[in-house]
Ligand binder design. Structure first.
Ligand code: SF4
Length: 488
C-alpha cells in the first residue's frame, strides 16, 4: 500500500498505545478527516503511539503500520460512521480478544449509542477538537475514569451535552495521503453543519451550528501539498453553501489542483461555479433531488425544485459535463404511485439533456434527533405492508429506468436493519452480537418494533443527548410534515 505518511513512529518501551479502528474498508477510513485528526494528535505526543486498523487489512485484527495485534494495544478507539459497521466492530472486538479501554466516537454515537452500550466503556458525543476529551481518554484506564467527563457517555450519565469547537479556525496540517474514496488527494474540510433544514437529515441537528473555514486558511493547507498530490477533495455536508466557494475553487485551480467537491446543491449552481468546477477537472455532476415530485420534496423540506435540477443540468451540459448522477429516496411519508412516476419522468428529463445518467435510490431511514424520528419505516403505519409496497416500487423503477440509466437501489431490508440499529435501545445488542445482519434475525429477537411509528410522547433511547434543540420544535415540524404529506 503506497501511502504518504508523515507520522510513522517507532515503538518505545513505556509508551501507551492507541488503536484507531475503522470497522470498514481502508478506502473510506483514509478519506475521513476526523480520524486523521485523532491519529495526528495522538502521534504528536511523545509518550503515545497510534496505529490504524481497517477490515480489509489483516481482517481488522492487526495494525496497518506494524502488523501488531489489536489485543496488544492499551486503548481501542472505534469510529462509527455507519450503523452497519456495528457488526464489524463487535466482531473485531470479540475476535481480537482485546481487554483494554474501549471507546467509540463518530456520528452514530452522537445519534444513539444505546445498542452498543454493552460493548464499549465510553462514547464520545460530539467533535473532539477544542476540548480536552482526547486527553482524558488517553489518561483513562477504565470506564470509571471517564464517567461524568464532558462530552462522554459511559451509561452512568442522565444527560450528556454534545461538545464542539465554536469556530473552525484550525485545520489538520499533516495528512496521510492514500487511495481513498475521493482518490489520491489532500482533504480540505471547508465546513461543518448545514444552513438547510431537510427534515430527514441528521447533519443540521448533530453538527449545529453551521461553521465555515476561512478561505485563506484552506489555501494555506493546500499550498503545503502542492508537490505531494494533484487533487484536493472539498469536504462538507453541503460544500457549495460555503459563502466564498468560488474564491476557494478559483484559488485551488490557480495553484494547479484538480478539485473534487463532496456535494453541490443544484440550486447553488450558476455558470461561474460550473466553469470553475470544470476547470478543476469535474466531468461528472451529482444532484440530489431526493424525491420525484414537488409535493414530496416539500415534505422532505429539500427546498430544491424541478426547475433547479433542470437548470443545473443544462448549465452542466453547456460547460462540458459528460455524465450526471441523481440521488433519490423512496419510502417518504405520503409517497404515492404518481410520485414514483414523477421520479421516473424527472430522470428521463435529465437524460434528455445529458444522456449518461446514473441513479442511486435509497429507502428513507428515519433517524434520531430529526423531525422524522417518530416515523414508521417506509412511511406506512403498517410497516409490513409498507415494505411490500416499497419492494414493488423498486421493481417498477428498475423496469422503467434500467434501459436508459445505470440504476442502483439499496435494499428495503438493508435500510430496515439500519433503522433498527439506529433507533433501538440496549436490547438491540443481542442482534449485533448475533453477527448476522438479517431482518429475520431481528424479527426473531422481537426487534422489528423499532420500525414502527413512535408516539411523540414516548421517551426515546437517545433523549439523554443534548444537541441544543428543543424537542417541542421537532414535534411541531413532524406534525407539519404529516399535514403536508396528506395534502392534495
Ligand atoms: S440533506 Fe444536505 S442540504 Fe439538506 S440539511 Fe442535510 S446536508 Fe444540508
Amino acid at each position: 500500500m503506497k501511502e504518504h505518511n508523515p507520522f510513522v513512529k517507532a515503538w518505545r518501551k513505556g509508551m501507551k498505545s492507541v488503536a484507531l479502528v475503522y470497522p470498514n474498508r481502508y478506502v473510506g477510513g483514509i478519506a475521513n478527516i476526523g480520524l486523521q485528526y485523532i491519529y495526528a494528535y495522538v502521534n504528536s505526543k511523545e509518550e503515545f503511539v497510534c496505529e490504524r486498523f481497517y477490515t480489509d487489512v489483516f481482517g481488522g485484527l492487526r495494525s496497518l503500520e506494524s502488523g501488531r495485534n489489536l489485543k496488544d494495544f492499551d486503548i481501542a478507539f472505534f469510529s462509527l460512521q455507519y450503523e452497519e459497521d456495528y457488526f464489524n466492530a463487535v466482531r473485531i472486538l470479540r475476535a481480537s480478544g482485546f481487554r483494554g479501554l474501549k471507546v467509540a466516537g463518530g456520528p452514530c454515537c452522537m445519534l444513539n449509542p444505546k445498542p452498543l452500550l454493552k460493548f464499549f466503556d465510553a462514547f464520545v458525543i460530539g467533535e473532539v477538537e477544542g476540548s480536552d476529551v482526547l486527553d482524558r481518554i488517553l489518561e483513562a484506564k477504565s470506564r470509571e475514569d471517564l464517567t461524568g467527563v464532558e462530552g462522554i457517555y459511559t451509561g452512568e450519565e442522565d444527560r450528556v451535552r454534545r461538545i464542539r469547537p465554536k469556530r473552525l479556525d484550525f485545520h489538520l496540517k499533516s495528512q496521510i495521503i492514500g487511495e481513498g474514496a475521493y482518490g489520491r488527494c489532500v482533504l480540505l474540510e471547508v465546513g461543518r453543519g448545514c444552513i438547510r433544514r431537510c427534515r430527514f437529515c441528521v447533519v443540521r441537528q448533530i453538527y449545529s451550528p453551521p461553521r465555515w473555514r476561512d478561505v485563506r486558511l484552506l489555501l494555506e493547507v493546500a499550498e503545503d501539498y502542492r508537490n505531494v498530490v494533484k487533487k484536493v477533495a472539498l469536504i462538507a455536508p453541503s460544500v457549495s453553501d460555503h459563502p466564498k466557494i468560488k474564491e476557494l475553487i478559483a484559488g485551488l485551480v490557480e495553484m494547479g489542483f484538480m478539485v473534487s467537491p463532496s456535494s453541490i446543491r443544484a440550486d447553488t449552481v450558476d455558470e461561474e461555479l460550473m466553469e470553475l468546477l470544470v476547470a478543476g477537472g469535474l466531468r461528472s455532476f451529482t444532484i440530489a433531488p431526493e424525491a420525484g415530485s414537488e409535493r414530496l420534496r416539500n415534505v422532505l423540506r429539500k427546498d430544491i425544485s424541478e426547475e433547479d435540477v433542470i437548470r443545473a443540468t443544462e448549465i452542466a451540459k453547456e460547460k462540458g459535463i459528460k455524465s450526471v448522477k441523481l440521488y433519490f429516496m423512496i419510502g417518504v411519508p405520503g409517497e404515492r404511485d404518481e410520485d414514483i412516476d414523477g421520479l421516473v419522468e424527472l430522470v428521463k428529463k435529465v437524460r434528455d439533456i445529458i444522456p449518461r445518467v446514473s441513479v442511486s435510490i435509497n429507502p428513507l431511514s428515519p433517524k434520531p434527533h430529526t423531525p422524522f424520528q417518530w416515523l414508521p419505516y417506509t412511511g406506512f403505519r403498517d410497516v409490513r405492508v409498507g415494505m411490500r409496497i416499497l419492494e414493488n416500487r423498486v421493481k417498477f423503477i428498475k423496469k422503467e429506468l434500467s434501459k436508459i440509466a445505470e440504476v442502483s437501489i439499496d435494499g428495503v431490508e438493508r435500510f430496515a436493519i439500519q433503522t433498527i440499529l439506529s433507533r433501538g435501545d440496549v436490547d438491540v445488542s443481542q442482534f449485533v452480537e448475533s453477527g448476522r445482519p438479517k431482518l429475520r434475525i431481528a424479527e426473531r429477537l422481537g426487534l422489528t418494533r423499532y420500525l414502527e411509528e413512535i408516539p411523540v410522547d414516548r421517551e426515546l433511547p437517545w433523549d439523554f443527548i443534548d444537541h441544543s434543540y428543543r424537542k417541542v420544535r421537532l414535534i411541531e415540524e413532524y406534525l407539519r410534515a404529516d399535514d403536508e404529506a396528506v395534502e392534495r
